[in-house]
Design a protein around this ligand. Structure first.
Ligand code: ADP
Ligand code: ASP
Ligand code: MG
Length: 424
């Protein structure tokens, strides 16, 4: 007997039939004698709809800004998961399975105060463990917890993955299965590159890079938690027949295992290609070239929860003025420009310029640590296709390249094949 956490994403619970199908996956594990906790997302498209409603709602008179009370945003967008947790519990009960729904606040899943992008601080798993021991399936609303202000907090888009891994760690589950609409992690998004190959295993560090560089198959934080707490995490499909042979295999279920790099025998130089759309570039022109200037720029941006990514600073010609360019998600440009404006005097720059609609493509692989020339291969392949590079950043195991939006798919396909990742 094992303890298993099963997470089902939006397309897996898109309607009542899909929810019934999910119930069959859960039944398979219950019938095998396992203790089961389930984490659900909202029905696909629901969270977008809820976010749209918040954005369209009337704002404080005279506020003249796109901003709203993040606690109310959370109250609205967390509702999608409440619906699916109840509906799945009903579907399970109809199959004679003892099940009940749990909202984040009922467990409770305690988070910090960053409404809209909160981090899980603590989960009290005692009650759930006790009830699982009594044969009850816990159906937990993903994406949500309880903030220190005693209000609902959501974990950022894609956050149900993180709920699932955090719960798996809290209840000491033997396995955390992330069920989605693809049957594992691929060398790149299989929706963009049909030649992408499914990986049997991927190392935590690589998955972390893939996720943070745009592969939305897992939320970044979920991979961090899986790595830190050594949660055995599989990405697998809910669209396969729940009762097909091998689906209930305890040690080797179908899908991709996220694991320590030592567990991977045949390590390729490049494991995958990721891309992130909707990047924007912000440039500060004629900036004072003195100690403390970077802190003056990036401190306030960090305090406003703006995720700055690639940073490029020019060496100044005369030692007095320089330019600084960095990227942020397009959705944060307005906020970033506002923050920079408020701190203009302290930072000391001339003008700020921005360009949206850019794409970051990244090449990822642990094997890069011990191989030279990986970056040069990418640059040559992109040049051969006439794709202009706007910025580059590298780390030990990744190369990221910023390009114009319209070239995204061509760039991903080009990089995927230049490293021999295409399936034969
Ligand atoms: P869910 O709603 O189940 O959480 P998501 O849409 O968040 O599902 O994530 C699954 C999607 O991630 C897939 O449909 C696929 O298009 C996309 N994806 C991006 N990169 C990859 C990759 N490298 N491997 C697998 N899927 C990927
Ligand atoms: N429903 C939330 C979202 O769409 C959380 C999730 O699906 O993981 O972002
Ligand atoms: Mg997701």
């Amino acid at each position: 007997m094992a303890r298993i956490v099963m997470k089902f994403g939006g397309t897996s619970v898109a309607d009542l039939d899909r929810i019934k199908n999910v119930a069959r996956h859960v039944k398979r594990e219950v019938d095998a004698g396992h203790e089961v906790a389930v984490v659900v997302s909202a029905m696909s498209g629901k969270t977008n709809e809820l976010v749209g409603w918040v954005q369209g709602a009337p704002k404080v008179v005279g506020a003249n800004s796109p901003f709203y009370d993040a606690r109310e945003y959370d109250a609205v967008v967390a509702s999608g998961e409440q619906v699916t947790s109840g509906l799945l519990s009903i579907a399970l009960q109809a199959m004679d399975i003892n099940a009940r729904s749990w909202q984040g606040w009922q467990i409770p899943i305690r988070t910090d105060n960053a409404h809209g992008a909160a981090r899980i601080l603590e989960i009290d798993g005692a009650d759930i463990i006790k009830r699982m021991g009594e044969g009850q399936v816990a159906v937990i609303a993903g994406f949500q917890g309880l903030g220190p202000d005693n209000r609902i907090a959501t974990l950022g888009r894609g956050g149900s993955d993180t709920s699932a891994v955090a719960i798996a760690a809290a209840v000491k589950a033997d396995r955390c299965d992330i069920y989605t609409d693809v049957d594992g992690v691929y060398t790149t998004d299989p929706r963009i590159v049909p030649q992408a190959r499914r990986l049997k295993k991927i190392a935590f560090e690589e998955m972390l890079e893939m996720a943070s560089l745009g592969a939305k198959v897992l939320q970044v934080r979920s991979v961090e938690l899986a790595m830190v707490h050594k949660v055995r995490t599989f990405v697998r499909s809910s669209f396969e027949d729940p009762d097909a042979p091998g689906m209930g295999d305890l040690l080797n279920p179908p899908g991709t295992l996220i694991c320590d790099e030592d567990e991977i025998v045949e390590q390729e130089v490049v494991t995958g290609i990721a891309y992130a759309k909707d990047e924007a570039q912000i440039s500060l022109r004629r900036l004072a070239d003195r100690p403390g200037v970077s802190a003056a720029i990036f401190g306030p941006l960090a305090e406003s929860h703006i995720n700055v990514d690639m940073i490029v600073q020019n060496i100044s010609e005369d030692g007095s003025k320089t330019d600084m360019t960095f990227t942020v998600p397009s959705g944060d440009v307005e906020k970033a420009i506002k923050v920079l404006g408020e701190n203009k005097e302290k930072i000391g720059y001339d003008v700020v310029q921005n360009e949206s609609g850019l794409v970051k493509v990244s090449v990822i692989g642990i094997g890069m640590r011990s191989h030279a020339g990986v970056a040069a291969t990418a640059f040559k392949a992109l040049a051969d296709k006439g794709i202009n590079i706007k910025a580059i950043t590298t780390s030990e195991i990744k190369i990221s390249i910023l390009i114009d939006g319209p070239y995204a798919e061509l760039a991903v396909r080009t990089l995927h094949s230049c490293y021999g990742l295409d399936k034969n």
